[in-house]
Design a protein around this ligand. Structure first.
Ligand SMILES: [Zn+2]
Length: 64
C-alpha cells in the first residue's frame, strides 16, 4: 500500500509566491517539489499545511 504524502503548500517569504501540492504517492519525480522560488529565485521556501478551504481545493482538482 503506497504511503501518501499529505498535501502542503510552498510559500516564498521574499515575494509571496505560493503553490499548492496535492497529496502524492510514494513515487516522487525529480522537480516535482521545488526548493527555490520560480518567481524570484529566493530560498528556502516555507512549507505549510493547508487550511480546510485549500484542502477542499486540491481534492476537487484531484478529481478532474
Ligand atoms: Zn519569490
Amino acid at each position: 500500500m503506497p504511503i501518501q504524502t499529505p498535501a502542503f503548500k510552498l510559500i516564498c517569504p521574499s515575494c509571496g509566491w505560493s503553490k499548492l501540492f496535492p497529496p502524492m504517492g510514494d513515487v516522487r519525480l525529480p522537480g516535482q517539489v521545488l526548493d527555490k522560488c520560480p518567481s524570484c529565485g529566493g530560498e528556502p521556501l516555507n512549507r505549510v499545511k493547508l487550511n480546510i478551504a485549500e484542502k477542499m481545493l486540491v481534492s476537487i482538482k484531484a478529481k478532474l
